[in-house]
Design a protein around this ligand. Structure first.
Ligand SMILES: Nc1ncnc2c1ncn2[C@@H]1O[C@H](COP(=O)(O)OP(=O)(O)O)[C@@H](O)[C@H]1O
Ligand SMILES: N[C@@H](CCC(=O)OP(=O)(O)O)C(=O)O
Length: 382
């Protein structure tokens, strides 16, 4: 029995969570703004304390935990007035810059009560677009985990404004999960999971499992957002589906439910699980999230499209099937793969530059432009 009942009163009554049914080892826990924030917009300290106790319980079970936590803006609100004469973007920057310090200090203090150490990791979308930044981040995360330190990740809200921002921290959590090849991503929101309609509507039912083949959510997920949330449930669904396609289980659960984390792992609490695709290759994970890094595009003919998208086949993209090239790229760059109509099919790592590719265009018996191992087709995920 490794769960420590001293810091989790409910665990005193219910002790068999140590036998966690879901055998995840490396777990990303994403905590949404609404979980950490009171209705007045200020941080909910009692909630953070309880979540920290649960994280500590997972750590005692030997799990690796990476936290993606929102809440900087809410914490800032508790310290400073929205700056006068500042526009919305500047106000948010100031609140987040001030609030992030408090948010991390709160986590650090509460985790220390469990003899745990945390580290702050602030990132921008750019850091996932740049291969060197990506590898640097990955290296740091791995070192932190090796040293039993809990990374607490948030967007660098000072740098990330308007079009440079992640859609929301769910997107960031998905990127971190795939970068670290996590076993599971647990998204804590203010609802029990995904419902087959508006969760507040009478008769709406929770969907416990979402199969990898299910990829359309708009018929039952509305664009409605929670009070302090940014992306909403529909963006959560798309991200969750994409991450599950990469072989990582994604659960959406209610962060306000008592002991939600150990109970989720013990399969004792309502939630929605996106079933992971067990055939996913880890090599493709960076490519899958590299859309913004793409340097150029290739248009392929219908025969090539058919070959690439045929189920159960591992086919590389050959120059014979390429109709045209847009932009310039070098060997090792990410390129977009488009069909004849310009529809995006996926992304790949170029085996050679656009100059060579142009020479080989439409020619048979040439080296693949994109090797299958470095090809990520969106057709598989949308
Ligand atoms: N079918 C649905 N099932 C569950 N929640 C939904 C659904 N459709 C819309 N929502 C809304 O999504 C909200 C959660 O998303 P979001 O605002 O992004 O929260 P967070 O701050 O946790 O990221 C819920 O509060 C709910 O109002
Ligand atoms: N980076 C922001 C959170 C932004 C955000 O995406 O929040 P959420 O929609 O709750 O995932 C903050 O710390 O306040």
């Amino acid at each position: 029995m490794a769960l420590d009942p001293r810091f989790c009163p409910t665990l005193r009554r219910r002790t068999n969570w140590a036998i966690m049914a879901l055998p995840y080892h490396r777990i990303i826990v994403k905590i949404g703004s609404n979980v950490l924030t009171q209705p007045d917009g200020f941080p909910d300290l009692a909630r953070i304390r309880h979540l920290v106790a649960q994280i500590a319980a997972l750590k005692k079970e030997g799990k690796e935990v990476i936290v993606v936590s929102s809440g900087a803006v809410a914490s800032g609100r508790s310290l400073v007035q929205v700056p006068t004469k500042a526009d919305a973007v500047t106000s948010r920057q100031v609140l987040a810059a001030v609030g992030q310090v408090k948010l991390l200090a709160t986590y650090a203090e509460l985790l220390a009560e469990h003899d745990l150490l945390c580290a702050q990791v602030l990132v921008t979308k750019e850091d996932f677009r740049d291969r060197v930044h990506y590898l640097n981040m990955q290296n740091c995360f791995r070192a932190l985990l090796r040293n039993n330190i809990i990374p607490i990740v948030n967007e660098n809200d000072v740098i990330s404004v308007t079009e440079l921002m992640f859609t929301d921290n769910d997107e960031l959590a998905g990127l971190v999960a795939s970068m670290l090849n996590a076993d599971a991503l647990l998204i804590l929101s203010n609802v029990d999971g995904i419902f087959n309609g508006d969760p507040k509507a009478p008769g709406a039912e929770l969907i416990p499992e979402i199969e990898p083949t299910m990829n359309s959510f708009s018929s039952f997920v509305t664009t409605q957002r929670s009070q302090f949330g940014r992306g909403g449930m529909i963006t959560k669904c798309h991200m969750a589906h994409k991450v599950a396609q990469l072989g990582i289980a994604v659960h959406i659960a209610n962060g306000k439910t008592e002991n939600v984390l150990p109970r989720l792992l013990a399969e004792e609490v309502a939630n929605t699980r996106f079933q992971p695709n067990k055939n996913a290759s880890s090599k493709k994970k960076w490519i899958a999230h590299s859309d913004l890094a793409a340097k150029g595009a290739v248009h392929i003919n219908s025969g090539a499209k058919e070959a690439l998208t045929a189920a159960g086949r591992a086919t590389s993209l050959l120059p014979v099937g390429v109709l045209g090239i847009t932009g310039t790229f070098q060997k090792g760059d990410i390129i977009r793969i488009l069909d004849e109509t310009g529809k995006a099919l996926g992304l790949g790592l170029a085996e050679y530059g656009s100059d060579k590719a142009l020479e080989r265009l439409g020619h048979q018996n040439q080296k693949p432009l994109v090797h299958y191992d470095y090809l990520f087709l969106t057709a598989d995920i949308s």
